[in-house]
Design a protein around this ligand. Structure first.
Ligand code: GAL
Length: 632
């Protein structure tokens, strides 16, 4: 498997007489990919219908002739100011009904069909002009769908689109009323035209209404992206990617991913630790300059699945970022470790963001591989080291993981619509399960909710899945390994009502959840043998054998091979549960110290030290931010 490094570059930010030198320095550092273009619309089409291609032609030629392969981004995340005169109603509208104005980026509403056509038009022009250009070897659609909270828009365009979407899904207002339970509080509708978006209601809207709107909004992103893919494919055979984000669950990445050739994501480990990952102060201080030791790996595994095996890191943090509340600098070595970790999880390419720190505008405090004065920033040498190491190492691709964890975006929306406990969050729950597997040293595949074949796995976890698909239910029934379903799984219908008879419906397991409770921070339910449940706990009935109980005598895990977990275990207990089931499944779980993490490829075992002090693995001392690999 060929692995490569790259960088994000903005030729439009720099005088054209330094492009050639920049390109030569990129090549000298061992970079092979350069991503350009994704915010350059105002320079490509300065006025409606007037194009300036010349600079982009030259930039592509200069970079390409230097030996770099180019990822060309469509510039639709940043429509120029004139676009608002053409389409005054194209802005997204926030939940309070205020338009989200011009002056930054992502100022468009996914439901606005006029803007969708503009996005088709500019994509077609780019694809026609560069589709057969030998230097354009990959495409990126738009930039970070959903970034800055842009999935949901309460615009007029969204209202019109939503009504149409509802009519197609439910066919009649009666069917919709029944599906949503609108008899409750006299919310029944006589026609689809009476249905508004679920904002500005007096108190909470019907969760089924919210869930429908979330599904609708996600479908608009799928449709928006598909338009670009259609245009690019007419003119180019190069792979098409999108750069997804960390901890972003507001649209269904499985569905967007189905239209693309590969996935990619933007990895900012230190920014995420500070503002996107739960953890106590001690954890945040310990990993201040490294990032959470499991967060990058989780997203690598998620996006490997979303990309059906093909994925990249499109943006890799190189130094301090600008957007978190506090922005520490990485420990020396982390820009290398993060890249190697991505490769160990199967990334085809890792591109640092960005080449040179911009001295102007919003991201002037965001590091690059070069300083604003063009001198090397510390990450440049680390990138060059990775490039040299890649060239010396023949490494043979990602290996089959023994553990699968199901991840479902619709469930994330459902639990946001009706959390029941203020801190119940699907990502957090799935991540807790993932962390337990990683502490046990187990490699993980993330699985889609309609996964129909589990036969390659030894252990499968299904946390927080609102409604189980029939293919997954059948696959669990046929599964010969160990599976742990729950908590809060398969208790609802597709329309988010409580299932009657009560769920879950697990083949061969007699168990039903008869009552649930959520627990505030600090409250817990102690378990037999130590540890506790937190956040969430379920009372179950049925004859399935009890494997674990709480000290008050309630079952917590029931079943034999296929089990149900009736609560949210704390980290220690989650680890014990997962390690125990892994052992039963014939695996050999470890108990890795926090910060030491493993990943196997077909040819190597990689060991990563996220800790701020040296750690020993198998007699080898690994420095802080150190990476160690050995043949398998
Ligand atoms: C990403 C984005 C980039 C840049 C970067 C800064 O979210 O795609 O354009 O803003 O963050 O960290």
């Amino acid at each position: 498997m060929k692995r490569a490094l790259g960088v994000c570059y903005y030729p439009e930010h720099w005088p054209d007489d330094i492009w050639a030198e920049d390109a030569a320095r990129m090549v000298e550092a061992g970079l092979s990919w350069v991503r350009i273009g994704e915010f350059a619309w105002s320079r490509i089409e300065p006025e409606p219908g007037r194009f300036e291609w010349d600079w982009l032609d030259r930039a592509i030629a200069v970079l390409g002739e230097a030996g770099l392969k180019i990822v060309l981004g469509t510039p639709t995340a940043t429509p120029p100011r004139w676009m608002l005169e053409k389409h005054p109603d194209m802005l997204a509208v926030d939940a309070e009904g205020r338009p989200r104005g011009f002056g930054s980026r992502r100022h468009y509403c996914f439901s606005h069909l006029g803007y969708r056509e503009e996005s088709r038009r500019i994509t077609r022009l780019l694809a026609e002009r560069y589709g057969s250009n030998e230097h354009i070897q990959a495409w990126q659609t738009d930039n970070e769908y959903a970034c800055h909270d842009t999935t949901l828009s309460y615009s007029d365009a969204a209202r019109v689109g939503f009504r149409d979407w509802l009519a197609q899904r439910y066919q009649s207002p009666d069917a919709l009323n029944r599906a949503w339970g609108n008899v409750f509080w006299s919310m029944e509708y006589r026609s689809f035209d009476e249905i508004d978006l679920p904002n500005l209601t007096v108190t909470e809207p019907n969760p089924a209404h919210v869930l429908a709107f979330r599904r609708y909004a996600s479908d608009q992103i799928v449709a928006f992206n598909r338009v670009q893919v259609e245009e690019i494919r007419k003119c180019s055979d190069a792979p098409i990617l999108h750069n997804y984000m960390g901890r972003e669950v507001s649209f269904d990445h499985w569905k967007v991913g189905a239209d693309l050739d590969a996935a990619s994501w933007d990895s900012y480990p230190i920014g995420f630790l500070s503002d996107r990952i739960e953890g106590d102060e001690a954890h945040k201080l310990r990993f201040l300059r490294q990032g959470d030791p499991d967060n990058q790996a989780f997203h690598h595994d998620l996006y490997r699945a979303v990309g059906r095996g093909r994925w990249w890191v499109m943006e890799q943090q190189p130094g301090p970022v600008n957007w978190a509340p506090y922005n520490p600098a990485p420990l020396s070595g982390m820009a290398r470790l993060w890249a190697w970790e991505a490769f160990a999880h199967g990334a085809e390419a890792v591109c640092y963001f960005r080449w040179r720190q911009a001295p102007f505008a919003q991201e002037q405090m965001h590091a690059g591989l070069l300083r604003p004065d063009s001198a090397p920033a510390p990450a440049l040498a680390e990138a060059a080291q990775v490039a040299r190491e890649l060239a010396e190492m023949s490494e043979s691709g990602t290996s089959a993981a023994p553990v699968g964890i199901v991840f479902d975006y619709e469930s994330a929306w459902a639990w946001e619509a009706q959390p029941q406990g203020a801190d119940f969050d699907l990502f957090r729950l799935v991540f807790a399960a993932y962390r337990a597997c990683r502490r046990a040293g187990l490699d993980v595949d993330i699985l889609p909710p309609d996964c129909a074949d589990l036969s390659g796995y030894k252990l499968v976890l299904v946390p927080g899945l609102m409604a189980m698909s029939e293919p997954l239910r059948a696959a669990l029934g046929a599964f010969e390994g160990r599976a742990l379903v729950g908590p809060r799984s398969d208790g609802k219908t597709e329309e988010m009502s409580i299932k009657v008879p009560l769920g879950p419906d697990l083949p061969g397991v007699d168990v039903s959840v008869v009552r649930v409770e959520s627990l505030p921070p600090g409250a817990s339910v102690p378990l037999e043998g130590g540890g506790a449940l937190r956040h969430w706990r379920e009372e179950v009935e049925g004859s399935a054998p009890v494997r674990l109980a709480s000290t008050d005598g309630q079952p917590v895990i029931v079943g034999e091979r296929l089990c149900y977990l009736a609560g949210w275990p704390d980290d220690e207990s989650f680890y014990r549960i997962v390690a125990g089931m892994a052992r039963e499944a014939g695996l050999e779980p470890l108990d890795l110290p926090p910060g030491l993490r493993l990943r196997r490829t077909d040819s190597h075992l990689f060991v990563f030290n996220y800790a701020p002090e040296a750690q020993v693995w198998d007699g080898v001392e690994i420095a802080p931010a150190g990476v160690h690999w050995l043949p398998r």
